[in-house]
Design a protein around this ligand. Structure first.
Ligand SMILES: C[S@@+](CC[C@H](N)C(=O)[O-])C[C@H]1O[C@@H](n2cnc3c(N)ncnc32)[C@H](O)[C@@H]1O
Length: 336
């Protein structure tokens, strides 16, 4: 086949009788096919490479290591995936807010490149750290990850899970997951001592503290009984507690922002809540709050929909109460 027009001839050769592209025949002849078209390898620009089975990779890609074909899938705004219990799920579930490491690996693959540094300042039992290690085994390359966690118990669980997982991998003759750096302490202090620059910050923020809300309610009730007619009301106490949470998040992300490389991403899990008869749109509140961090631009709200989540009957037959089967994932880019 002539070098110069090889690609064009390939595409003419693999058409059906009615002129349609015959992908089956093209594949059978081991020709690169992407999105139903034979890839005209000779037509690729100098910065483009065809990767067998994955599509065309463009060297100018500073966001991730995905090919065009993979990128198309990765920009979908909904991740509709249930992640079966894995990697020490039984141990990790002592922490009520743990995230599936595979979901974290998926997000890390979308928003960083091999060799990048990922920070999770609210690391819990290590969903992000395990996800970063999984990337190495799933073809996109290992990331260095650093986690901050103030509860010693969660740090210990991460370490136990990693050890047990690697013992099991050794028995199966599989390579171990890399051990990432989990630092015990308060993120507001640890961030000031961070020497690495961070390419991706992936985290799952501590929720607006319902214990604090209870405390506020109790204080309001005490005031009400001692002051007779004084009525602070549940709504006011609730708003105060939420404002306090948002102010704390704003102050912390202001600190984190300085650690992230310009052009890097900040990706934040946040679930909405239904409480006391109304919807708390926490993702919207947090998005508006963090958008005010000077270097942040809100890029997306991804929805993680878990189709395996159990449904319950709430409100029937008097009022619509949502069964929450999704979480939001806010995506910000740090200004260049
Ligand atoms: C929603 S959880 C994160 C769960 C995590 N994604 C996982 O997979 O395990 C938030 C975590 O932040 C931690 N945390 C809250 N405030 C913190 C602070 N100031 N410094 C460090 N960790 C903090 C909590 O202890 C909690 O484990």
């Amino acid at each position: 086949m002539d070098e110069d027009d090889g690609g064009h001839r390939q595409s003419r050769l693999f058409t059906t009788d009615d002129g349609e592209f015959d992908e089956k025949r093209a594949r059978a002849n081991a020709l690169p096919v992407e999105d139903g078209e034979v890839v005209r390898v000779d037509d690729l620009e100098d910065y483009q490479t065809y990767i067998e089975g994955r599509g065309i990779y463009d060297e100018r890609n500073r966001v991730n290591d995905l090919t065009g074909k993979e990128w198309k899938y990765a920009t979908k705004s909904v991740i509709a995936e249930g992640y079966p219990p894995a990697i020490g799920h039984d141990l990790r579930s002592e922490h009520g807010g743990q995230k599936p490491p595979r979901l974290c690996a998926e997000l890390i693959g979308r928003f960083s490149k091999a060799g990048d540094t990922v920070l999770d300042p609210f690391a819990g039992v290590g969903g992000t750290l395990l996800g970063a290690s999984l990337c190495e085994h799933e073809g996109t390359g290992c990331r260095e990850a650093i986690g901050f966690e103030r509860t010693r118990r969660w740090v210990e669980i991460y370490e136990t899970v990693l050890k047990r997982e690697n013992d099991e991998r050794a028995e199966r003759g599989e390579p171990p997951l890399a051990s990432q750096e989990m630092r015990h302490g308060d993120c507001a202090e640890l961030i000031e001592t961070l020497e690495a620059s961070v390419d991706l910050l992936l985290t799952d923020v501590p929720y607006w503290n319902m214990d604090e809300l209870e405390q506020t309610r109790n204080e309001a009730a005490t005031r009400e009984s001692s002051l007779g007619a004084f009525d602070d009301g549940e709504g006011a106490g609730r708003a105060r507690a939420k404002d306090g949470w948002l102010a704390d998040m704003r102050a912390k992300f202001d600190q984190f922002a300085d650690a992230v490389t310009p052009g890097g991403y900040v990706v934040v899990f946040i679930g909405d809540m239904y409480r006391g008869g109304s919807y708390e749109f926490l993702s919207a509140d947090l998005a508006r709050t963090l958008e005010a961090v000077p270097s942040f631009t809100l890029k997306s709200n991804l929805v993680w929909y878990d189709p395996t989540k159990d449904l319950h009957v709430y409100g029937y037959p008097f009022s619509f109460v949502p069964s929450m089967v999704h979480q939001n994932v806010l995506v910000f880019r740090v200004g260049e």
